[in-house]
Design a protein around this ligand. Structure first.
Ligand code: ATP
Ligand code: MG
Length: 560
């Protein structure tokens, strides 16, 4: 009997939330949110944030909202917004009727800006973005007050209204909070809270010519939704005092912000900006390229939601930046696929094999196990005949001592079928092996020994009379270095791309029933690896298969 699983200690975020709940803070309620900006596709890092926010809500009997932080109409697209919802559902999370947009709050945010102006806590500034930067100072030197800082409330109200009406071009004026230009925290040096952008917005159309900054929208959106715990990544730690200042000065509900370290994975990049470059410069074939760390790419590659959720749980949350090894991700994937992926037979490098003593024209069916991990999955019939194919890598003419696969004179088991012995090797004029002639033992049907004699090698095969041709795409790491983002001497992460990240194998052969699998749903080709059908359907050479992951689990080995 297996030991009952030990109760896992709570991470620092859950500990904090549990304390708040036990102390009766927010009447014991827990309400989180996942707030992506719809300016790109979600990646694995977002999955971590999703699992954390939705997971915590579930564990503490609370709720989690989905909110699109759509404050910048320049970079945002409806295409992204739709993919975000699709990915979230696929990951298995449900926001019920709590789907919001920061743009739902534009009226409210505008009135709060007016409130700050009236209280003498915000002013319209005519400095350009360059001038503002020059005034801002740095970590050592304090900033300088804007010459427009002392405008009267009336003047500010009038100018802000003119901004709203679209009377000024982009970049000529901003609304800034009046906080402290000498604060050691740069975010408190009179930050911009509204800017002029003459751009149609996907949700609000042409209503607005001014848009709130992310910092002015984010905390207040959380506040408006009654979020109790605003969980975010470390880069927002220094924004927290600004959010606090805003909530305090507006006199509104104050969510507790808690920061954690972003998920980083080696051999890839995890930033929408960098992924956009990969797509736009054609280094990959779109956002859903199976080599991309996007959820869309991973889905196309055959990843399961289960594996991704398991991975996010295993990596946990940390307060300090760290880099997770991609082997752990692949381990979680293999673990899940081993459990649920149906098995099929296939050969990537077919080598013809003819059984000399098998009756001409006969085709029979043998029973193959669908999933040894799942007795309920049963068996399926697979056709077998005189002509079959095995994998070229399973044959050696002059094998070393411990080689148990096929070689002249050695008997091996064709999985689920028969024992065969190679009696002749046929070569072309270049000396390359093009066909093997074998004899089979009709008594060994099903791959069972007829008389107790043992064979050490078992190999997979496909029947020539029914095999399905496929083109297989084998993927390797997208980058050849573990940390492509670390670019010294002004280098570029693009320079670290792995030129061999995609290899195409044409003329591979699989069992015909592979055709019936759902696109993106991984199956195992026994002894070869996990694969899935690509949505593009047909390659140049039959069905198009993506390799999800190879069989070998180096992580499990190293962490035994
Ligand atoms: P990117 O840097 O890739 O553009 P982002 O942080 O700008 O990402 P958002 O759409 O603003 O992306 O992120 C939505 C949520 O996901 C935020 O709460 C953010 O903190 C979180 N998030 C983004 N990247 C990661 C990551 N690598 N690990 C954990 N959480 C992340
Ligand atoms: Mg962002």
């Amino acid at each position: 009997m297996s030991e009952p699983e030990a109760e896992k200690p709570l991470d620092f975020i859950r500990t904090r939330i549990q304390e708040d709940q036990q102390a009766g803070k927010n009447d014991g309620k827990v309400h989180t949110r996942f707030p992506p900006e719809p300016n790109g596709y979600l990646h694995l890092g977002h999955a971590k944030s999703i699992c954390l926010n939705f997971g915590i809500a579930q564990e503490f009997g609370g709720l989690c909202n989905l909110r699109l932080d759509d404050t910048n109409p320049v970079a945002e697209k409806t295409e992204y917004a739709e993919a975000i919802q699709d990915d979230l559902r696929w990951l298995g999370f449900d926001w019920e009727d709590r789907f919001f947009h920061a743009s739902d709050y534009f009226d409210k945010l505008h009135s709060w800006a007016v409130q700050l102006i009236k209280a003498g806590k915000a002013f319209v500034c005519d400095l350009s973005f360059e001038e503002m930067k020059a005034h801002r100072g740095n970590l050592i030197e304090p900033g300088k007050n804007s010459p427009f800082r002392e405008r009267t409330v009336e003047e500010n109200l009038e100018l802000f209204e003119q901004m709203r009406l679209g009377e000024f071009p982009d970049g000529t004026k901003t609304l800034r909070a009046k906080i402290d230009m000498s604060s050691p925290n740069l975010n408190l040096r009179d930050p911009v809270i509204y800017r002029i952008i003459h751009q149609e917005h996907p949700k609000t159309g042409n209503k607005w010519k001014i848009y709130p900054s992310y910092d002015f929208a984010h905390g207040q959106s959380d506040s408006l939704e009654g979020i109790t715990h605003s969980i975010c990544t470390l880069e927002f730690e220094h924004h927290r005092p600004l959010y606090d200042w805003l909530c305090q000065n507006l006199g509104i509900h104050h969510p507790q912000q808690i920061e954690f370290a972003r998920l980083n994975l080696n051999y890839t990049v995890m930033s929408k900006r960098k992924m956009l470059r990969l797509v736009e410069e054609g280094h990959v074939n779109g956002w859903d390229d199976p080599r991309m760390p996007t959820l869309q790419g991973m889905r196309r590659r055959g990843y399961t939601a289960n594996a991704i959720r398991d991975f996010c749980e295993k990596v946990g949350v940390a307060k300090r930046e760290n880099v997770i090894e991609v082997e752990l991700l692949e381990h979680c994937l293999r673990h899940d696929l081993n459990r649920c992926a149906p098995r099929r037979l296939g050969v990537l490098n077919p080598l013809k094999l003819t059984i000399s003593n098998y009756p001409d024209g006969q085709v029979e069916e043998v029973d193959a196990v669908n999933n040894p991990e799942d007795p309920e999955a049963g068996t399926r019939p697979v056709s077998f005949s005189k002509n079959i194919y095995i994998d070229r890598n399973d044959f050696m003419e002059d094998p070393p001592k411990k080689y148990f696969r096929m070689s002249p004179g050695r008997e091996v088991r064709l999985k689920y079928a028969y024992y065969v012995t190679c009696t002749e090797v046929i070569k072309d004029s270049d000396g390359e092996v093009i066909e093997l002639i074998c004899e089979y033992d009709p008594q060994s049907r099903g791959g069972d020994s007829p008389d107790g004699r043992k064979v050490r090698g078992t190999i997979q095969w496909v029947d020539a009379s029914t095999a399905q041709k496929v083109e297989v795409r084998l993927y390797d790491r997208l980058f050849k270095t573990a940390d492509p983002e670390k670019t010294e001497d002004g280098g570029d992460f693009i320079d670290h791309l792995n030129p061999d990240s995609l290899k195409v194998i044409s003329h591979a052969l699989v069992e015909a029933s592979v055709e019936q699998f759902e696109v993106g749903k991984a199956f195992q080709l026994e002894r070869v690896g996990y694969f899935c059908l690509d949505p593009d359907g047909q390659g140049n050479d039959g069905l198009l298969l993506n390799r999800t992951v190879a069989m070998r689990d180096s992580w499990a080995k190293a962490n035994k």
